[in-house]
Design a protein around this ligand. Sequence first.
Ligand SMILES: Cc1cc2nc3c(=O)[nH]c(=O)nc-3n(C[C@H](O)[C@H](O)[C@H](O)COP(=O)(O)OP(=O)(O)OC[C@H]3O[C@@H](n4cnc5c(N)ncnc54)[C@H](O)[C@@H]3O)c2cc1C
Length: 385
Amino acid sequence: MPPPNPADYARFDDLLSPDERALRDKVRAFVDEEVRPLVPECYERGVFPAQLIPKLAALGVFDEHSPVEDGLIGHELERGDAGLRSFVSVHVHLAGSAIRFFGSDAQRTRYLPVMAAGDVAGAFSLTEPGHGSDPGTLETVARPVPGGYLLTGHKRWATNATIAGVTVVWARLAEAGTDAGEIRGFLVERDTPGFRPVPIEQKLSFRMSASSEIFLEDCFVPESQLLPGARGLVAPLSCLTEARYGIIWGAAGAAEACFEEALAYSLEREQFGRPIGGFQLTQEKLADMYAAVVQSKLLALHLGRLKERRALHHTAVSLGKRTNVRHAIFVARTARTILGARGVTSEAVSLRHAANLESELTYEGTDEVHALVLGRHLTGLDAFR
Ligand SMILES: Cc1cc2nc3c(=O)[nH]c(=O)nc-3n(C[C@H](O)[C@H](O)[C@H](O)COP(=O)(O)OP(=O)(O)OC[C@H]3O[C@@H](n4cnc5c(N)ncnc54)[C@H](O)[C@@H]3O)c2cc1C
């Protein structure tokens, strides 16, 4: 019998089909060859490498996939950097899902093919400076005028908005009428007068992601750009459930990258005349990290298989997002300690992943909000307000 692979992740690969493994390997090779070499400089400069968009399209990343395939893609992209996975997640699962689920035939025909080709990037703007965890109280308004709507408001934290060709903006209908006050989605194209995305630059996390503030100043959007099927907060929330599912896999990918970095370094770095991986304290860290990575991957795969059977409830997505981000933060920080001083430089990946994971703890529902979702599911009691 061959010796066990130290990082076979409890034979996780045995649970994948040959096609799933092949897709995973293809995306992994792309990330290793084309992405990893770019990341340190892009991260330090705080820019998203937009030159990768056509390559991601050619790789088929924007095409329709099964939930497990989608997850494996997210896992591999985040092994590179969370900013890359987040670009794809917002493009495909937030903006793309909004158009797929709620768009008219004309909107689907206009946007989905060019988005799949990578010619037009998508963004999704729900959050506002005063409305994060509680987006139901958002203040951006859409005032009906002849032929369309005038959007006015201030949005914040819209990933991709500075590089996107189309942004899904969520706003509240103003003025009289039976649907006044209802939250609706609008497809706003980049050059629309009154639409002004501005980069958020003072970030210590997600530096390789185009996070934007958006100012909407009497921005006229024709009636044809209103998403006809999206009515109320439930519409953006259903898109967010799609994207959160991706975080479950992405966090597992970040954790795996940190664990592998720490394991390799522990065998190469010597102190007191022996590899630091030979010390019991290091081995305990490696064992705990390995357990967290294996549990994260298995949970992601289990939830993915449920999603394939259309049996994935949103509370299970909350469970997965919260659990895997927590696991990944533990792994990234522990890996950083094994790397010693090298771990605080950009030669190593673990501290960058740890910094990114701080955003993942907060975005698409904070750790606390997902605890409240689970608490309500378990007890039937709503502790949100
Ligand atoms: C890198 C990054 C990318 C993002 N991308 C997007 C995007 O593409 N589109 C978009 O629309 N938004 C995006 N966001 C915004 C993100 O979704 C919000 O940051 C998130 O919803 C939390 O809102 P907040 O930051 O305003 O925090 P707040 O809601 O102000 O929360 C602050 C703290 O209060 C806690 N809290 C709030 N309410 C309760 C409660 N009822 N009980 C207990 N604790 C509570 C929170 O858990 C948190 O700890 C992004 C954010 C980041 C950091």
